[in-house]
Design a protein around this ligand. Structure first.
Ligand code: HEM
Length: 190
């Protein structure tokens, strides 16, 4: 009895903690891919990115372009793999299939897959806010980011380096006011 009350309290406080985060979100109306971001209260890169991707099951992979353009910035790409979600990073020099990008550290905090949707919350603790030739300005209120969605789950979904197919469902850009994504004192970035 005591234990279950305690468990419930822990679960509720975890939910409150997550809800209490300041986040910015973008939802692509065509594919249904939704991307959200929370960052710590910092003035400059590097800083960690705490992100959630949620997508209808028809989305085989979803991607976030940290520099706005597909080219020359880390591309965070996620896809369903049985009951969990694989999150990986790629780099593109050309408008061709990007290659694995090895300069990031990403930890999936939670993920799930059901009949209609998949979702993953993850922390990129290294390499997603700054890269060779660029960085994200956390104080800019009109930062441009990119997204992409494909109908095809990669052939080997358990392998973070597996080949991915073209984003046949959607791709494009959106703007975020990152000052609204800042979280003073939050512990989720640790
Ligand atoms: C096999 C993989 C991929 C191929 C073959 C591919 C190919 C292309 C091509 C040909 C374009 C230009 C389309 C046009 O001008 O109409 C483009 C644009 C774009 N792609 Fe990809 N892409 C791939 C993966 C990705 C990934 C993983 C992302 C991650 C978010 C991404 C994000 C974008 C974005 C944001 C654009 C818009 C133009 C830009 O900002 O550069 N792509 N892609």
């Amino acid at each position: 009895m005591h234990f279950s009350k305690l468990t419930a309290a822990v679960v509720i406080s975890a939910a409150i903690l997550i809800q209490a985060l300041n986040t910015v979100s973008y939802s692509d109306p065509g594919s249904g891919l939704e991307i959200s971001l929370a960052i710590p209260d910092v003035q400059s890169a590097p800083f960690p990115l705490y992100m959630t991707f949620t997508a209808p099951i028809e989305v085989g992979w979803g991607g976030f372009a940290t520099g706005g353009c597909m080219l020359r910035s880390p591309l965070i790409v996620a896809w369903p793999n049985n009951n969990s979600v694989t999150v990986t990073t790629r780099w593109a020099k050309y408008y061709h299939a990007p290659t694995p990008y090895l300069n990031t550290a990403i930890a999936v905090k939670s993920s799930s897959v059901n009949a209609t949707h998949w979702t993953a919350t993850f922390l990129c603790s290294k390499g997603c806010s700054d890269w060779y030739g660029g960085s994200i300005d956390p104080s800019y209120n009109n930062g441009t980011f990119g997204y992409a969605a494909s109908s095809e789950v990669p052939a080997a979904p358990g392998n973070a380096s597996t080949a991915i197919r073209f984003h046949d469902l959607a791709y494009g850009h959106f703007d975020w006011d990152l000052t609204k994504a800042k979280n003073p004192g939050s512990t989720v970035f640790g």
